[in-house]
Each structure stands twice: as C-alpha cells, then as structure tokens.
Design a protein around this ligand. Structure first.
Ligand code: NOJ
Length: 479
C-alpha cells in the first residue's frame, strides 16, 4: 500500500516534546521522539506550524514562511528532523497557511495590495470571522481589511498574481528542503467572491454542524468561490508530486473541485460526529466516495488540535471500536498525537481553555507517569491531563493496552486491499466491506450478531466465542 493511503501522525509542536527546558515543545524534541512513531508503524508525520509567529493563533499566524520560530528551534533543527525522519522511512508533511498571514508579516507593510481591502464607513458586507464577529477590521480611518479568522490574520488576495508567485516560492522552498507534502490550512477560504457580496441569510444549514454564529447563513460568497481551482492548480504546480491534503471545511459532497488538484481532503463529518450510528454511517458514506489525485480522496481524523479529542467525545467504552473504524477507512488516516494512548480532554474542561476553548485539545503528550509526563523538565506551557493514568511508557509495558491495539491496527492497514462499499446492517451497526475484509462496529445500544467471516481482529477477546457484538464492540473479519 502506498504511504499516501497509510497513516499520518499529527504533531502539535508546542505539546509534543520539549528539548530545551522551557516548557514548550520544539523540533529537536520531535526528532528525539521519532522512534515512537516508527514503533507505532505510521507512514508520515504532519507538523503543525513552527514558523516565526507572534502566536495570536499559536502559529497559524505566520510572520515568515521560510524560517523556524526560535521558540521551536532553528533551520538546522528542521534539517535534522527531516533527515532523521527520512532515515526511518517516515515522510514529512508541513502545514501551509496560505489563506492569511500574520498582521506582522512584512508583506502586510510592504505589499498592502496583496491583501483584501474595502473603503468606507462600514464593512462592505456581512461576512463573519470563524472565531466570531465581523470578518473586517478597521485599518486607519476608513479602510477595512478582511480576516477570515482573528484580526491578527489578514487574508491574502489570491487574485493577485504576486501573491500566488510568493506562495509558490514558499512551497518550492520546503519541497527543496525535504518536505514530502503539505496540509493546506483553511483552503476553502482561499477563494472568495471578488464582488464581496453578502452571504445570503438562509434557514438551510450550510451542510456541516458549523459554529453557532455561522448558522442561518448560506456562506456561498465568503469562501469556496468558483475560481478556487486556479489557486489550487498554482499550488499543485509548485508542489509537484508532494502529497496535498486540504483542510476543506465543507461537506465532503462539495470537495470534488478541490480533489481535482489535491490528493486528499479532510472529512469533517467524521470529526464532528457524535458516537451515534446514523451520523457515523452518513459521515463515512459521504467521505468514502471522493477520488483525489492519487487515490481515494478522503483524509480521516478522529481528533485534531481544533476539535474535541475522540475518547472524551465518543466515550471510553467506544475507544477501540473507533480506532478500528478509522484504520480501516479508505484514503489517508490521521492520528493526532495522544490518540494512540487515549488522551482525553480532561475532567470538566480542566485545564483551562484559551479564548476559543481549544486548549483542551492541546495538552502536552504524556510519555510517562512522572508529574511532567516526560514532556519537559520545566513547567509545561499547559497543564497535563492525567499522566498517571495514561502514558506511553506504561502502555508499552502492557500488550493489552490501547497503544498496542493501535499498533496492531496500523500494521493490519498495510495489508488491506483497495475497495470500499457500505453494507446493510442492523440499525445500530456500521458495517462496510474493505477489500477482502468486512468491518462491523456497534455504535448502537443493543447487542448485534457478528457478521459471518473469520475474525482477524476484535475489540474484545471473547467476541470470537460469543460472536455477539455488544455496544462499543468492533470487529474486522475476512470476507
Ligand atoms: C485551521 C487551523 O487548524 C486552526 O488551528 C487555525 O486557527 C485556523 N485554520 C486559521 O489558520
């Protein structure tokens, strides 16, 4: 199986491993922990932004696209990370934040014409920022600039060929430096209506359970404009064969025009789904049909740095069944750091949230059971959740642990044949054919019968005797 259909491990660098005793993770820390990734058997790592940034959005506000923030290390640290990963056969994916820069990027000062402006007493339209409020902020007296996210993140104008050329240069820079691919941040926000028309009010939901303040609008002009293909083609042109995974925050049914140029796009239906059979089935069915440039177009994740960690969201009892599901879906499976040991969000939302509540998805990695979890010898930038109950070292010692279960699944994924088809099943069960195998997961509240076939892997030991799929059970069978 090509690595493109394998497993990508997402690293949030602030929280993975600190190597210089400042309580914040860094690139050298990632290099030091690569053996964990090879032991798990993943194919690639995706590193969330580590570029110079004033950190208004923890690195998703980039002030220099072709350097490393001193907090995370240096360019030689990056080169060492890539070399060490490649030595181990791991591919390296970077985060390309192409929709907006930091307001402190020199481009904003030196090339204001690279951004999106409007003149007047009021903002030109009703577009909203993903984090709430108007997507326009005043600059000097009567000028407004567009920001799809925080005001510290002005949107670039991708209709300007100089912007396209500058970002192509960024892509070429990292490819030459060893990057094997990119996760394209907020790519559905790259192209918007050049006429800046109002998003129409509408009772029709946009298609995903979006943030509350976006409900009641058809967001057809503030994103996803027809001409997105031109921008994506330019990125593809610079990236060559590098793997391109889009963060396309739209229903998967609307991803086709992205997948003409990209290899994969994230299926947000799954990451937003509760543990409920109807929702899960619909999410899988929606995502599994797209075709990207290099095969099945879906990129799947159960957790990431923006949305809830899956053990808390789905419930502990469903942890293994969810893992089995993720690892048997077609396309690219993404594992967020800590998913492998079942890191959760912490009781009662503790530790404290940041201003948009995303801290609870970003706790430091729990490597061992010591008070600082082996993450740092200094006070971690964000409190740990539960290192004594859940950590890599303890689970490595226990072959029945979740960590070992993931490892087995990752190994099995390599042998899965292509081909995917949803199967009819009990209302509470999600079942699909995957190559020569069948998967059945009970996300309902009543027991069900295990479908025919020999059991290859099951979430609980006694399933093979009882052939009873209790709620929270999952099974991989031969066809
Ligand atoms: C999506 C990223 O995942 C998120 O963390 C960030 O805040 C926004 N894009 C803006 O870059």
């Amino acid at each position: 199986m090509s690595w493109r259909n394998g497993v990508v491990y997402q690293i949030y660098p602030r929280s993975f491993q600190d190597s210089n005793e400042d309580g914040v993770g860094d690139l050298a820390g990632i290099t030091a922990r690569l053996d964990h990734l090879t032991w798990l058997g993943v194919d690639a790592l995706w590193v969330s932004p580590f570029y110079p940034s004033p950190l208004a959005d923890f690195g998703y506000d980039v002030s220099d696209y072709v350097d490393v923030d001193p907090m995370f290390g240096s360019m030689p640290d990056f080169d060492r990370l890539v070399a060490a990963a490649h030595e181990r056969g791991l591919k390296v994916l970077l985060d390309l934040v192409a929709c907006h820069t930091s307001i402190q990027h020199a481009w904003f000062r030196d090339h204001p014409e690279w951004y999106i402006w409007s003149q007047g007493e009021r903002p030109p339209n009703n577009w909203t920022s993903a984090f709430g409020g108007a997507a326009w902020s005043r600059f000097q007296d009567d000028k407004w600039y567009l920001h799809s996210f925080y005001p510290e993140q002005p949107d670039l104008d991708w209709r300007n060929p100089d912007v396209v050329a500058a970002m192509q240069e960024v892509v070429r820079f990292w490819v030459a430096r060893g990057a094997d691919g990119f996760r394209l941040d907020a790519i559905d926000r790259l192209a918007k209506d050049p006429e800046l028309r109002d998003d129409p009010l509408s009772d029709e939901p946009f298609g995903l359970p979006l943030l509350d303040h976006e409900r009641g609008r058809d967001l057809r002009y503030s994103r996803n404009a027809e001409w997105i293909g031109e921008a994506l083609a330019a990125i593809r042109d610079a990236a060559g064969d590098a793997l391109l995974i889009g963060e396309v925050y739209l229903p998967a049914a609307k991803h086709a025009r992205y997948l003409e140029h990209l290899d994969r796009s994230f299926v947000f239906e799954l990451i937003l789904s509760p543990w409920e059979p109807g929702n899960l089935r619909a999410a899988i069915a929606a995502g599994a049909t797209g075709e990207g440039r290099s095969g099945p177009g879906a990129a799947w994740a159960l957790s990431n740095h923006d949305f809830g960690r899956f053990p808390t969201r789905f419930g502990r009892a469903n942890e293994r069944a969810a893992a089995l599901m993720l690892m048997t879906l077609p396309g690219t499976a993404t594992l967020y750091q800590g998913d492998e040991i079942g890191q959760g969000m912490g009781p009662g939302g503790d530790p404290p949230y940041d201003r948009v509540g995303r801290d609870m998805f970003r706790h430091p990695m729990q490597w061992d059971g010591t008070p600082r979890a082996g993450f740092s010898s200094a006070e971690p930038w964000l409190p740990l959740t539960d290192p004594a109950e859940r950590n890599v070292a303890a689970q490595r010692e226990d072959p029945d642990s979740l960590l070992w279960f993931w490892r087995e699944l990752i190994a099995l994924r390599r042998d899965l044949a292509p081909g995917f088809r949803m199967l009819e099943s009990d209302p509470g069960v999600i079942s699909y054919e995957r190559g020569d195998n069948v998967v059945a997961v009970n996300a309902g509240d009543a027991p069900a019968v295990v479908p025919p076939g020999e059991i290859v892997l099951a979430t609980s030991a006694d399933l093979s005797q009882s052939r009873k799929l209790r709620p929270g059970d999952g099974v991989l069978l031969t066809r």
